[in-house]
Design a protein around this ligand. Structure first.
Ligand code: SAH
Ligand code: SF4
Ligand code: F3S
Length: 382
């Protein structure tokens, strides 16, 4: 019995797929080289932008042929798209050959559902046995094994969810509120990873790692977690993502500066360089505050690599306001940036704002920003 997992979205999803692989291997499945060879195909989906969802839809649609060839094939869809009830129901209506739709927090039940599909098929002459369990907000699972697949890098989830509700973003709706893992569980996981001897890099994951531990009793700060990890014996480095500028405090910058084991790298998404847009995005910092943090990082960690994400064409963004984003990029001189066209997400505040920017203008702006980035990169190398 073989499995094939198709992963979309962020590193947290990549890591979640390692958990899915762990579950499937525990059930006796082994990895298939190609999806054509698989007995079960799992799509771990992303809902961050329309483009991400379209890619999933296209690829799931293509499976119809495979399903025709192999009647026993099980197709499961999980991840952030399935956390939205309407999208999940649409998926099932459009692609009736999907067997399992399972929300992120129900992943521990994946094995149970696979068995249920098989049983259902045995019992019913027509091949159904469809299983559907959508979203809900659950505890972080500490019991299921990971099958690590990222070479000498080991991902470690330190928290899930997000409380920030940036007005463009779907994540708080699909991943629920912030929940931190207990520090002792994280430290134990990292100790075990180091003891395996295969990993040189530990990458801590969370939507907003700087607010780690605020929900624990008693609270634990992110900088304490970082320092405690660095106290562990072994030859390894630690990095983390993502940092929200509003929560990147001095104690974290100091820890990065002082601890040899922490990589000198910060992904610090600015999203925009214009204060009116930042406010509409609900990012809780201004351009000036963001630049202050950058200054502090450069002073305390002179060799620090800094990267960022930007959204262009947020509702009502004018050409001048977009130019503020360009000037911020020129000023900071990032090591690299990601630039995205704003994509309205159903249910978010920004999707209902007046003044949505036409697609052509978004494309123009994203191309301009990427061209600027390319030019700056060249200058950096000279
Ligand atoms: N938690 C991280 C971001 C996670 S999403 C943070 O706060 O920085 C990764 C990136 O996708 C974001 O930084 C943002 O630039 C982009 N993004 C999120 N929602 C988007 C949307 N609706 N349209 C376009 N880009 C979006
Ligand atoms: Fe989305 Fe904002 Fe949370 Fe990041 S901090 S996941 S952009 S709501
Ligand atoms: Fe996408 Fe979910 Fe990550 S929406 S970016 S896979 S948290």
């Amino acid at each position: 019995m073989k499995y094939f997992i198709v992963t979309y979205g962020c590193q947290m999803n990549v890591h979640e797929s390692e958990k899915i692989a762990g579950i499937l291997e525990k059930l006796g499945y082994s990895p298939a080289e190609r999806r054509e060879d698989a007995d079960i195909i799992v799509f771990n989906t992303c809902a961050i932008r329309e483009g991400a969802e379209d890619r999933v839809l296209g690829n799931v649609g293509n499976l119809k042929k495979l399903k025709k060839k192999n009647k026993d094939l099980i197709i499961a869809v999980c991840g952030c798209m399935t956390q939205k009830e309407r999208t999940a129901t649409n998926l099932l209506n459009t692609f009736p050959f999907i067997d399992i739709v399972i929300g992120t927090f129900n992943l521990p039940k994946l094995g149970y559902y696979i068995e249920a599909v098989k049983k259902g098929r045995e019992l019913e002459s027509e091949r159904s046995g469809k299983q559907l369990e959508l979203f809900d907000e659950g505890e972080i699972d500490e019991t299921l094994p990971y099958k690590r697949t990222s070479g000498d890098n080991a991902w470690v989830n330190i928290m899930q969810g997000c409380n920030n509700f940036c007005t463009y973003c779907i994540v708080p709706y699909v991943k629920g509120r912030e929940k931190s893992r207990k520090e002792e569980n994280i430290l134990k996981e990292i100790k075990d990873i180091i003891a395996e001897g295969k990993y040189k890099k530990i990458t801590l994951l969370g939507q907003n790692v700087n607010s780690y531990g605020k929900d624990l009793v008693p609270p634990v700060s992110f900088s304490k977690l970082l320092r405690d990890i660095c106290l562990l014996d072994g030859d390894f480095t630690v990095s983390f993502m993502t940092s929200h500028p509003k929560d990147l405090t001095d104690d974290v910058i100091d820890a990065i500066a002082e601890e040899d084991k922490i990589e000198k790298f910060i992904h610090l998404p600015a999203q925009s360089g214009n204060n009116r847009i930042l406010k509409l995005m609900n990012r809780s910092y201004t351009r000036e505050k963001y630049l202050d943090i950058i200054k502090k990082i450069r002073q305390k960690i002179p060799n620090c690599r800094i990267t960022s994400d930007f959204i262009v064409g947020f509702p009502t963004e004018t050409e001048e306001e977009f130019n503020d984003t360009c000037s911020l990029v020129s000023e900071v001189k990032y090591d690299s940036i990601f630039a995205f066209k704003y994509s309205p997400r159903e249910g978010t505040v920004a999707s209902k704002m007046e003044g949505q920017v036409p697609e052509e203008i978004k494309s123009e702006r994203v191309n301009k920003l990427l061209a600027l980035e390319k030019k700056l990169q060249k200058e950096n190398y000279i």
